[in-house]
Design a binder for this molecule. Structure first.
Ligand code: UGA
Length: 430
């Protein structure tokens, strides 16, 4: 079986690597010629630890190829994975235009049997639409099958997650598709869930929304912890030891960002509304997340009285460490608000860059944390990059205008920061 991956973003590039690593012949297809040129040279267009080296290894071995020629690529491959983006539309539902485009391309170019597998996160019922889109574009009634195989990898840990999946979910009505996918994933030893297409699609949304719920629950609880003078990280530790709760995703902070949780929770809520079901818990999850960045900003504002003409240093821009992805990053919302309130904003992130919008020209982008800290009257830590924890904060104090530290990720040791002279506020760390 020769595998074609349509879309070479995080999911597509990682999936291509996984199948090349397990011995298959893989081709990555993308409409973006620039991305494909880089990939052909074994270079990635985004930051993902360990992925570039594995891509380069398989480009060199010849097991991994890249192309922009969709017609030939579709004709020459039997198994096609859809890994294109499904961004949010303004109303919060998922935009399926890239999925539709890929499905129609497949229909138009196929000249024999294809297995089409969706890895992109798509709303419940999309598999049925994909079938129709392929059929409507076909020149002749060539046979094909469709399956859902949602991806559960995290950015920043994509290689580890993809090579060590905790489960493989397959949603299809076809026995043949199931057998083919089992063959493709031959080396993986983990639980398999073979189910209906709709179930597979919903498992993905339900998983991401549940993780987002854990985060918003802790963020809301953290607000109460501040009032009660209780440390939310100790609460999380005490809760997490109960195996029914588990210790992961209990870290209070500025809220969840990235290309997945915000759009997936929102899409699930939109789906529920279309079916006249009220998912009140998820509506609450979104509301906590929407206001969480402002919760920390309020603390900083009341300490400084006003942000106008104050120098505020933002440490970290990426939505989480080990990625240069800034989609839905809480740091962006904080910067927007600070600029609106006429603060002098200084920013340092080890790898992430601001979008090229004119409004961000007012931000002083620095090349080191030390440079960013010069003259700061408030520091707002937005991403828990390890280098921030390692910084000599005693020495750094000399660079500052005022030692006010607002820790949006509860990263620092609060007691130590206070002992060495910082006015330190975290989230639920009163
Ligand atoms: C998420 C899921 O974790 C993956 O399983 C899924 O495959 C992926 O979405 C996807 O749908 O493609 P990702 O968006 O890469 O992965 O990031 P996470 O590590 O889940 O973090 C999401 C956000 O939650 C980040 O902003 C992070 O800072 C925040 N977070 C996470 C918290 O605020 N507290 C926590 O305890 C954990």
């Amino acid at each position: 079986m020769k595998i074609l991956i349509i879309g070479t973003g995080y999911v597509g590039a990682t999936t291509a690597m996984v199948f090349a690593e397990t011995g298959w012949q893989v081709t990555g297809l993308d409409i973006d010629a620039g991305k494909i040129e880089r990939l052909k040279q074994g270079r990635l267009h985004f930051h993902e630890p360990g992925l570039e080296a594995l891509i380069a290894k398989h480009v060199q071995s010849g097991r991994l190829q890249f192309t922009t020629d969709k017609e030939i690529a579709i004709k020459e491959h039997d198994v096609i994975f859809l890994c294109v983006g499904t961004p949010s539309l303004p109303d919060g539902s998922a935009d399926l235009r890239y999925i539709r485009q890929a499905a129609e391309d497949i229909g138009r170019s196929m000249k024999g049997y294809k297995l089409v597998v969706t890895k992109s996160t798509v709303p419940v019922g999309t598999q049925e639409k994909i079938k129709k889109w392929i059929e409507s574009a076909q020149q002749a009634a060539y046979p094909f099958e469709v399956a859902s195989n949602p991806e559960f990898l995290r950015e920043g840990k994509a290689v580890k997650d993809a090579l060590n999946p905790d489960r493989i979910v397959i949603g299809t009505d076809s026995q043949r598709a199931t057998e083919q996918l089992k063959k493709l994933y031959w080396p993986f030893v983990c639980p398999w869930i073979v189910t209906t297409p709709r179930t597979a699609e919903l498992i993905k949304y339900a998983s991401n929304s549940f993780l987002a719920t854990k985060i918003s629950y802790m963020n809301e609880l953290a607000r109460l912890c501040d009032e009660l003078e209780v440390d939310v990280t100790e609460i999380a530790e005490g809760m997490g030891l109960d195996p029914r709760i588990g210790s992961s995703f209990l870290q209070a902070g500025l809220g969840y960002g990235g290309s997945c949780f915000p759009k997936d929770v929102s899409e699930l809520v939109m789906t529920s509304r279309k079916h006249h079901v009220h998912l009140g818990i998820l509506e609450g999850v979104m509301e906590v997340n929407r206001t969480q960045y402002a919760y920390l900003l309020d603390k900083a504002r009341s300490r400084l009285t006003s942000f106008a003409d104050k120098t505020v240093t933002i440490l970290g821009l990426a939505f989480k460490p080990d990625t240069d992805d800034i989609r839905e990053a809480p740091a962006l919302r904080i910067i927007d608000q600070l600029l609106l309130e006429q603060a002098n904003v200084r920013l340092y992130d080890p790898i992430a860059a601001l979008p090229p919008h004119g409004s961000y020209r007012a931000v002083k982008v620095c090349t080191s944390a030390e440079e960013a800290l010069r003259g700061a009257e408030a520091i707002i830590l937005c991403t828990e990059w390890p280098e921030f924890e390692r910084l000599d904060w005693k020495k750094a104090k000399k660079l500052l205008g005022q030692p006010n530290f607002f820790d949006g990720r509860n990263m620092m040791n609060a007691k130590r920061m206070r002992r060495i002279g910082y006015y330190y506020q975290g989230i639920g760390k009163a």
